[in-house]
Design a protein around this ligand. Sequence first.
Ligand code: SAM
Length: 278
Amino acid sequence: MVNDIIKDNIKLGSRLHTIASFVPLGSKLADIGTDHAYLLVYLIQTGTIKSAIGVDIHKGPYESALETVKMYGVAQRVDVRQGNGLIPLRSGEIDTLVIAGMGGTTILEILQSNPQVLAEASKAILQPQGAEARVRKELTVQGWRIKDECLIEEDNRVYSVIIFTRSEGLDYEEIENRIRNIGDHFRKYILQQKLKIDTDLMNEKLDHFIKKYVWILGPINLENKDAHLQSIIRENMINLDNIVQGMAKTSREETKEKAKLVEQERKLLEVMQRWLFQ
Ligand SMILES: C[S@@+](CC[C@H](N)C(=O)[O-])C[C@H]1O[C@@H](n2cnc3c(N)ncnc32)[C@H](O)[C@@H]1O
């Protein structure tokens, strides 16, 4: 039986739609972990990209991608391959990468899987789910720059989208400078508000706190005061509350000391939330 080809543009949810909006016109794109290949079909239908390669490691998603490109009549223009990370790609085939909907650690492993192809990519649009700080830090240490970032809500969950390029945006040094700058402003705010914060917490611990959370929350998200930062900060506070609760069950002095540090971090997060959004 021959199924009719769907002529309408495929509809993307807000997360994939945001990712699509960062794909440069005319790019040669690979979507790693493409699953259903919705993103690639949309980008071909809208004339955004020249060529598209979708890679997925698992048979089910690979077959589902083949099915989608057939259904939308774009099988000649979207090359679907089964394999691990960047390994199925050859030199000269792509200039832009999308890796979305996976843990940050998996994304970093995928990026390491084919150094030659990675070296030819000038843009990487990443949407890690967890380990966002590691992704930002490791890529900027490797010479990538953060060109843009945003937070997007879909189905009551907030996702980070981070755009890395080779030549535009914040490099590692510039992010470290921002960290110092944000630290100075945050310290001033605490003093102005006459908040009761321990002296040791105001000194080196505050620097450590700011460093940790700029990498977690994102330097551009912080600059933009992205409203969804509030949910991410809240999520981090809940995690810290759970850690403190777990630690409260023990009578060991060492653990009690650690719990105090976690409580201090929790307090600073609350102050940061107020500083950013009050
Ligand atoms: C949750 S889905 C995300 C699909 C799509 N990228 C999105 O954001 O909607 C993750 C997909 O990545 C694939 N995947 C996981 N590890 C991979 C790897 N090392 N190489 C290629 N694909 C991988 C999985 O099989 C799965 O289809």
